[in-house]
Design a protein around this ligand. Sequence first.
Ligand SMILES: NC(=O)c1ccc[n+]([C@@H]2O[C@H](COP(=O)([O-])OP(=O)(O)OC[C@H]3O[C@@H](n4cnc5c(N)ncnc54)[C@H](O)[C@@H]3O)[C@@H](O)[C@H]2O)c1
Ligand SMILES: [Fe+2]
Length: 425
Amino acid sequence: MAQETIISMKTSNIKFGLGATREIGYDMKALGAKRVMLLTDPNLAASEAVVVTLAALRTEGIDAALFDRVRIEPTDLSFKEAIQFATDGRFDGFVAVGGGSTIDTAKAADLYSTYPADLLTYVNAPIGQARPVPGRLQPLIAVPTTAGTGSETTGVAIFDYLEMHAKTGIAHPALCPALGIVDPLNSLTLPPAITACCGWDVLCHAIESFTALPYHDRLAPAHPGLRPAYQGANPISDVWSTRAIEMVSRNMPIVMAEPTNLDARGQMALAATMAGVGFGNAGVHLPHGMSYPVSGLVRDYRAPDYAVDHPLVPHGMAVILNAPAAFRFTASACPQRHLEAARLMGVDVTRAVPEDSGNLLANAIIDLMRRTGMPNGLEAIGYGPEDVEHLVAGTLPQHRVTKLSPRPVEGEDLRHIFLDAMVYW
Ligand SMILES: NC(=O)c1ccc[n+]([C@@H]2O[C@H](COP(=O)([O-])OP(=O)(O)OC[C@H]3O[C@@H](n4cnc5c(N)ncnc54)[C@H](O)[C@@H]3O)[C@@H](O)[C@H]2O)c1
Ligand SMILES: [Fe+2]
């Protein structure tokens, strides 16, 4: 088979700016919906973002049914609850106001109420059957309230599959929202730890997509329909990812120190969306692949500021705790890209040699982790060397992302990386 020669760029339409949420009634009407399901999580049910959204929809004569039972870090069970509500309601549009948990739940509610099927039907292989989505969904408008996942731009919905204690997902372009409304006003109330975890998710989307296996190192698909959504690093995604690395590195310390700095909040919100376009097309690799068991196997860790009634390693934290060790491992495959990522984070690399690239990038990340209150490695959230076998076993099925590592990775390599991620300073 020949090497891949083709790339494409997919994303949702985006509307960005202060007060953009107030235009959602106009935008939903333009999409033709009259009766929508508005999803949010319990903490945000009475938030300004939800109140403004409901008012804007009603002003345009759109009826909205509020579903405020989204679970933070959704599971197969919580997806099913939202799908049932959607199925009963026979809605002709969906609105998600919240973080990635809410936007992903809305995608699932839309998908399974439009094309009813057993949950595993559309879930990524090998956990699910990875059947393609049969056709178009009802229009979904995503209103992110975190500067994080970029889920407003992607056709991906992630959930925790309880039986396997591991995260998995559904990935198909049809899941991509019709519109993302990115309004910096909606992220002003984010508390510090959530701001930091979400910011780290953005930075990892950007660095991982920039350092992913290049698209031309993959075999071409036998049929265009089989080309993976995650195509590998490519010149289009590089534009989005590199800019996002700079914007997050510069603005994360500012929003941590000045939570109401609207300009910096706006830069973080925009960077989240831009990194979403980058990784939504190129893909992510080891830090994300390894994060799924780190979240899924949690015992009793509870992250500060996350108002939930269950132990939780937030997604961005689960990702960043692996990142320095993972980049030390991947750097030898594309040292120039690791050096460039470090430079975009503000490191002086003028005298650096390629062999330094992994450590330079890892050290820049560790420095910022310390400044943003992240735990000191996997041991600080309750894991030890005795857990490494389970962590590796939970990472191996995540082929969709681990195969995008620029350096091929086996179980033994993952063991070494997880051990390296136990303590950083
Ligand atoms: N679909 C994708 O492309 C994609 C990409 C990365 C991550 N994810 C998934 O997204 C989920 C994480 O999403 P997230 O990090 O955006 O957060 P989240 O939706 O899990 O919410 C985290 C916490 O922040 C609170 N919150 C959200 N907005 C707030 C605001 N404006 N003010 C105060 N509190 C607020 C929530 O109530 C919750 O307690 C994970 O399940 C992850 O796997 C999806
Ligand atoms: Fe992520």
